[in-house]
Write a protein that binds this ligand. Structure first.
Ligand SMILES: *Cc1c(COP(=O)(O)O)cnc(C)c1O
Length: 454
């Protein structure tokens, strides 16, 4: 085992392909359903809002998809990202476990999201689209898409979830610096927004409805989603491929991999290149998805067909969901405030390949501060869920007296989330719960008459 702390690769090690897990998943892929007919959705349901190249990636059954050269060139701005050995955290925990983390906060926007924003902007520009419109929770996706649009000469319009718009003024400034226009959601610019005016804090589901509505109504405008869909998860697999090469440099191989899950894209990006080996019987890694207890999609949601947005404009997707009109409490981990999880991740949880755990807001920040005081980096509140899970695993290894290797995803930095850290340090951070009654209310909105999934 080498003594190094940071494992870095040269630009020539940026992957040439994305890894598509679809052909390796257990069972037949379940089709999305058209919101109009309830029948399996075809490309024609998606062409009003997505370019053909991305629709092709969404349904591709090729195990690998080539990364276009201009996208790889843009990736050079921050990739390969570093893999760290968390030696100081290991020491503080007194664990025999080896802890590694893959850090995506070195991208211009400060998270993993540009990994997909860049190819999405590129393919839309290639297709002659003039403007991309999207939603953003904490502002991470909006800023990533704003950045990516600036690289390829596209306009960018962002509907930002109300509670984040109020809490995170500097994320707004970033988007505007890259040239994007930002609206507070729910807005009065769309029918979907006007219909949800009563939900003042907003939600990702509502903001998605607004963005999809604008894209569907304008010929030269497309929509871009920052998570959940197969092609977004595909783009993120550069993370895990680099991690495999970096762990080889460290002469290590993971026993368990931990990531946080909002829609599931950073988790998928880290684990899919490893899970392919697991599904093929080549390794026996455990996978742990960490989510907020106040928005417990994977641990308490139903596995059912549901809409991706609040109003019901998107295709119905097979996923773990709390019901499309569930409005989660205004958590600081805004990127995890989503009612559903990616169909591919949901299927893996259903199949027992991925285990899910939920953490409360305060215990998550406790882990974040512990991490900041040992490893230095101030983590995004979303990423802190993965840290919490990794610390639990490290303590379990200590309890068992086993030298396990734990890899976790540090999806972004928290340098724009300092108001949340102030609240935690001042003892005023809320710790919202999710009761049985909340669950019942949330699930009551599940669409009726869709095929049962069991
Ligand atoms: C958006 C975001 C997430 C959650 O989204 P996923 O698609 O589940 O990855 C997690 N971490 C950070 C830093 C984010 O910006």
């Amino acid at each position: 085992m080498s003594e190094e702390t940071k494992f870095v690769l040269g630009e020539d090690a940026i992957p040439t392909h994305w890894i598509n897990l679809l052909p390796d998943l257990p069972g037949e892929p379940l089709p999305p359903l058209s919101p109009a007919t309830g029948q399996p959705a075809g490309p024609e349901d998606l062409t009003p809002i997505f370019p053909m190249a991305l629709i092709g990636q969404e349904v591709s059954m090729e195990p690998e998809v080539a990364i276009p050269d201009p996208v790889r060139d843009a990736y050079r701005l921050w990739r390969p990202t570093p893999l760290y050995r968390a030696r100081r955290l290991e020491q503080a925990l007194g664990t025999p476990a080896k802890l590694f983390y893959k850090y995506e906060g070195v991208s211009p926007a400060g998270s993993h999201k540009p990994n997909s924003a860049v190819p999405q902007a590129y393919e839309n520009a290639q297709a002659g689209v003039r403007k991309l419109v999207t939603e953003t929770g904490a502002g991470q996706w909006g800023s990533s898409l704003g950045f990516a649009c600036s690289l390829f000469g596209l306009e960018c319009e962002v509907f930002m979830v109300g509670s984040s718009y109020d809490q995170k003024p500097y994320r707004r400034s970033m988007m505007r610096t890259w040239g994007a226009t930002v609206h507070r959601s729910p807005s009065d610019l769309t029918e979907s927004g006007r219909a949800q005016a009563g939900n003042a804090t907003g939600s990702l589901g509502i903001a998605i409805s607004e963005a999809v509505e604008v894209a569907a109504q304008n010929e030269d405008t497309n929509y871009a989603l920052g998570s959940v869909l197969n092609h977004v998860l595909l783009h993120q697999t550069v993370i895990g491929q680099e991690a495999i090469a970096q762990l080889e440099l460290a002469q290590a191989f993971p026993d368990v991999i931990v990531g946080c899950v909002g829609g599931g894209s950073n988790f998928a990006g880290l684990v899919f290149p490893f899970i392919r080996g697991t599904l093929r019987g080549e390794n026996r890694i455990r996978y742990l998805a960490a989510e907020p207890a106040a928005c417990p999609t994977l641990t308490r949601g139903h596995y059912a067909y549901d809409f991706g947005d609040t109003v019901g404009l998107t295709p119905l997707m097979p996923m773990h969901t709390l019901g499309h009109d569930f409005v989660p409490p205004p958590l600081h981990a805004g990127g995890l405030r989503y009612h559903g999880a990616a169909p591919m991740i949901s299927g893996l949880v259903k199949a027992g390949v991925v285990e899910a755990r939920a953490y409360r807001q305060n215990e998550t920040f406790e882990a974040a501060v512990r991490f900041a005081r040992t490893e230095g980096i101030i983590p995004a509140p979303e990423s802190a869920h993965a840290i919490r899970g990794a610390i639990e695993e490290a303590l379990a290894a200590k309890e068992a007296g086993e030298e396990r290797t734990i890899l976790f995803g540090l999806s972004g930095h928290g340098n724009f989330d300092l108001a949340a850290y102030d609240a935690y340090l001042g003892g005023t951070l809320e710790d919202p719960e999710f009761s049985e009654a909340d669950l019942e209310t949330a699930l009551a909105a599940l669409p009726q008459g869709t095929p049962a999934l069991s």
